[in-house]
Design a protein around this ligand. Structure first.
Ligand SMILES: Nc1ncnc2c1ncn2[C@@H]1O[C@H](COP(=O)(O)OP(=O)(O)O)[C@@H](O)[C@H]1O
Ligand SMILES: [Mg+2]
Length: 237
């Protein structure tokens, strides 16, 4: 849970007084125009951006101020807006890297399960990650994040670069991950995807929360429509 979180870059408030909670089993959408602070929120939560104010906790324990690897061990995993796989390494090595956050090695059965949960069942473990089709790379990032057995999964524009049918399939993947008891935060620009995947939505603009509610409530909110003018938020309503 984030409480009154602020992040400042130079003189700019990238986030100001943001409060939100992601619950296990739920998908919380985080939307807002470019530069609104969505990625910064994930960076702040995962220890990559220092807080100027506020607190972040997981199951009641403060995690803000911890280094990224401790936050990952505490149970928060993410994917990146720009894919950050180890492209020169194979699929197996990428999954093993994701598993550093938990004890023990990944068994073959666990690997098969991870790939299936991420929607790339049967992927060739010896294939170079960078050689996979683009959509599969995005899914491998999800599998790598799941390899740490996280309590919270933060997905930063996972559908970016996917075609419409891949995007539709991604909804099922995300819903199934949440149904497995993980708290999912989904940053997404594709409004039909947000509507289909999210239980609730928080809208950021210029680093501040301007609306929250169900996807359809948010899509009808005049403040949101204004902030998004012409960008398709009305598709939520
Ligand atoms: N590392 C950084 N250094 C300086 N400014 C940054 C940095 N990261 C993000 N910002 C600024 O913070 C604001 C929010 O950016 P970001 O979180 O990437 O937005 P979003 O993901 O919603 O598009 C923008 O004004 C951006 O330029
Ligand atoms: Mg971003």
């Amino acid at each position: 849970m984030l409480e009154d979180v602020g992040v400042r870059y130079g003189g700019v408030d990238a986030l100001r007084d943001v409060t939100l909670t992601v619950e296990r089993g739920h998908v919380l959408g985080l939307i807002g125009p470019n530069g609104a602070g969505k990625t910064t929120l994930v960076n702040a939560t995962t220890g990559l951006a220092p807080l100027a104010s506020g607190t972040i906790s997981l199951d009641g324990a403060r995690i803000d101020g911890l280094p990224p690897h401790r936050i990952a061990r505490a149970g928060i995993a993410r994917t990146y807006q720009n894919i950050r796989l180890f492209g020169a390494l194979d699929v197996h090595a990428n999954l093993a890297a994701g598993a550093f956050a938990r004890p023990g090695r990944l068994s073959a059965a666990e690997i098969a399960t991870l790939l299936e949960r991420a929607g790339i069942a049967g992927a060739d473990l010896s294939a170079r990650a960078g050689s996979l089709p683009y959509g599969d790379q995005r899914r491998l990032e999800i599998a790598r994040a799941l390899a740490g057995s996280p309590a919270v999964l933060m997905l930063d524009e996972p559908a970016a670069g996917m075609n419409p049918s891949e995007t539709t399939r991604l909804v099922d993947t995300i819903r199934a991950i949440a149904a497995g008891g993980i708290a999912v935060l989904l940053i997404e620009h594709d409004m039909p995807l947000v509507r289909a995947a999210c239980d609730s939505v928080v809208v950021l603009n210029f680093g501040q929360t301007i609306a929250r509610g169900t996807p359809s409530e948010v899509g009808r909110d005049p403040v949101v429509v204004e902030a998004y003018l012409g960008t398709g938020a009305e598709a939520l309503a």
